[in-house]
Design a binder for this molecule. Structure first.
Ligand code: T46
Length: 142
């Protein structure tokens, strides 16, 4: 039986240490898509859970610049989780990956690089709808 492919795809970006730390990410060396939008999330409320959706087409990479976050990734067949706490590491959020951000601490700052502008219609915010979409797609050999 073939081993299932992990849902966790991390990218490592260059880090330069001089008077402090400088990190950079550029297309196509580190970022596998052209970036059309960035957004960042700061000062999360205690106990808040963010995400809880998937995107239909959007590709994203999420970095945790400060603090930490527990990410849960789910492709409708399997779920995996990881802790992001290193600004030189970004997690790739592919289309049709249900993602949740948990355990954000007060200091957590998340930066997201996105392949497209904001489109509300690209979100799948209901988990049952997400499963229907995933199940309607031919299952990939994993
Ligand atoms: C994602 C995860 C990782 C906009 O108007 N423009 C934007 O570019 C974004 C990102 C959000 N919004 C609005 C939509 C909502 O009314 O901001 C509000 C909060 O967005 P949301 O509840 O989707 O936030 P998160 O933190 O749950 O999700 C965000 C991104 O929206 C999402 O694409 O993948 O971070």
């Amino acid at each position: 039986m073939k081993k299932k492919k992990s849902l966790i795809n991390l990218i490592k970006i260059p880090q330069i240490e001089d008077e402090g730390y400088l990190f950079f990410a550029q297309y196509p060396e580190s970022i596998p898509f052209k970036i059309k939008r960035i957004y960042f999330i700061t000062k999360p409320k205690s106990g808040s859970v963010r995400g809880k959706h998937s995107h239909r087409e959007l590709k994203q990479i999420l970095f945790c610049l400060q603090g930490s976050v527990k990410m849960i990734l789910d492709d409708g067949y399997q779920k995996e989780s990881l802790i992001l706490d290193d600004p030189s590491e970004g997690v790739i959020l592919k289309p049709l990956i249900w993602h949740e951000m948990h355990e954000l601490d007060k200091k957590t700052i998340l930066l997201v690089l996105a392949s497209d502008v904001y489109k509300a219609e690209d979100y799948v915010r209901n988990y049952d709808d997400f499963l229907k979409i995933v199940n309607a797609k031919p299952k990939k050999d994993s």
